[in-house]
Design a protein around this ligand. Structure first.
Ligand SMILES: [Mg+2]
Length: 459
């Protein structure tokens, strides 16, 4: 339980930090399985910033898919000392400059974004706790000037200047209260279901999951494809049959194809009425995505990407190239809330919905904040957010969902905290699961996740 620091007007000093390596054996239930990732262990490089205020910590984490998480933790340990000894207000009073400085220096050569977001998330978590608000509300309550002030606009001013962003936010502020009311009634962020569509699930498991999801109020579903036309058609047809003609169906192939293959393949599924194909090819190929989108448009199929997009510049170019129908930004790949806010503003300018990538353990907890502040304060338009039903029990403030919608988070902070029980099992390598015989086999297989070479158990 977080104390009410807001009533105390505290300005904590960061006194030190702890970094921990957490790996969840998600592959054993086919969670996250897709054509490129047959067995992944969702993993966190987790940081706690300690402070001189009793009971107050800032918690954040970055994400990886298992092996190599020790590298992520090393990156966090490398960057974390930069904020030790600093008062929170000295970081947040000019947060845009803090963000810019943080990504600078010698570590800039290492592309530090992936590790930087754990640390920046921890600062945002601490700030929200000090203000006594869930993170989404902290941002939704910002004035337009405050919101613009936390963003580093370098590299995007050719498309969006601080002045333009300010004008946009002032316009949206006129109707903000209506959207805030909707958020407080837990009706702001509809979910879409990915759990029904992992590639490693049997047809019977997909069908059972679909029925459950329909009962839970879902109207949007996403399936992994790439199994071949016959199998893809069968599974997508199952969604249509169970969820009905009005259901919105999305597809995801996780970077499997070359561009021409995508252009040839997807029209053969067009009669199933699909909103988009996600990551049809290399996530770095901005012009390739544009070509695919243009070719699929006459067939009524869009293109989405973002979960492997590393920075605001790539999103700017994807939007400029008219390459995407949904901005699938990833909370653990961009460098913290500061950069996420700039991408939300760019998406709003282009009228493309933000549909955060939220399929990994803990992502729904974090992205729920992002979708809420995007709707209330930035885009002003309702979008959808990816929902998975796994691993929520590992969090002290799990994402809640009912009647087809995410609940607006209520606990102060950024919902990053993992329970002691989850640490006891899944901290790597000392957690009880990783010390078990199966855990050791998985941990010691240097090819884990590479289907052609893996020797450790799949289940
Ligand atoms: Mg995806």
């Amino acid at each position: 339980m977080v104390s009410n620091f807001a009533s105390q007007s505290v300005d904590p000093t960061i006194t030190g930090y702890t970094v921990r390596d957490l790996r969840f054996p998600t592959s054993l239930d086919s969670i996250g399985s897709d054509p490129m990732n047959t067995s992944g262990e969702n993993a966190h490089g987790y940081i706690v910033y300690h402070t001189d205020v009793p009971g107050l910590e800032g918690i954040g984490w970055s994400f990886s898919n298992g092996q190599g998480n020790e590298v992520l933790c090393a990156g966090i340990r490398c960057l974390a000392p930069r904020f030790v000894g600093r008062k929170l207000s000295s970081l947040t009073s000019d947060f845009a400059q803090t963000h810019r400085n943080f990504l600078g220096g010698q570590t800039r050569f290492m592309s530090p974004e992936l590790a930087s977001n754990a640390i920046l998330n921890a600062v945002w978590d601490m700030w929200a706790k000090v203000e006594g608000k869930p993170l989404w509300k902290l941002i939704a309550d910002f004035t337009p000037e405050q919101l613009v002030s936390v963003i580093d606009f370098r590299y995007i001013t050719d498309e969006l200047t601080p002045e333009q962003a300010l004008a946009w936010l002032k316009e949206k502020e006129k109707t903000k209260q209506e959207r805030l009311d909707l958020a407080l009634k837990n009706q702001a962020v509809p979910g879409y279901n990915t759990s029904v569509g992992w590639l490693g699930l049997s047809d019977a498991e997909v069908e059972a999951g679909l029925k459950k999801a329909v009962d839970e109020g879902f109207k949007h579903f996403k399936l992994k494809v790439g199994l071949g036309l016959e199998t893809d058609r069968k599974r997508l047809g199952m969604v249509r049959k169970v969820a009905g003609e009005d259901a919105v169906i999305m597809t995801d192939v996780n970077q499997l194809w070359d561009i021409d293959f995508a252009i040839e393949y997807m029209p053969k599924l067009a009669d199933l009425k699909l909103w988009f194909i996600e990551e049809p090819t290399s996530p770095d190929d901005i012009l390739g995505h544009a070509r695919i989108r243009k070719a699929l448009k006459p067939h009524g199929i869009g293109v989405a990407t973002g979960e492997h997009v590393n920075n605001r510049v790539m999103f700017k170019q994807l939007l400029q190239a008219e390459a995407i129908d949904a901005v699938q930004l990833d909370a653990l790949r961009l460098s913290g809330i500061n950069e996420i806010l700039s991408v939300c503003l760019l998406a709003a300018k282009f009228g493309v919905p933000v549909v955060p990538h939220s399929g990994g353990t803990g992502m729904p907890e974090l992205c729920n904040h992002i979708s809420h502040f995007d709707f209330v304060a930035i885009s002003g338009k309702q979008s959808i957010l990816e929902y998975t039903d796994h691993c929520h029990e590992y969090f002290t403030d799990p994402a809640a969902f009912s009647s087809g919608h995410f609940h607006a988070p209520t606990a102060p902070g950024y919902s990053c905290q993992i329970t002691d029980e989850a640490f006891a099992k899944f901290e790597c390598p000392q957690g009880s699961f990783w010390q078990s015989e199966k855990g050791q086999l998985m941990l010691n297989d240097p090819w884990r996740g590479c289907a052609a070479e893996q020797t450790s158990p799949m289940k």
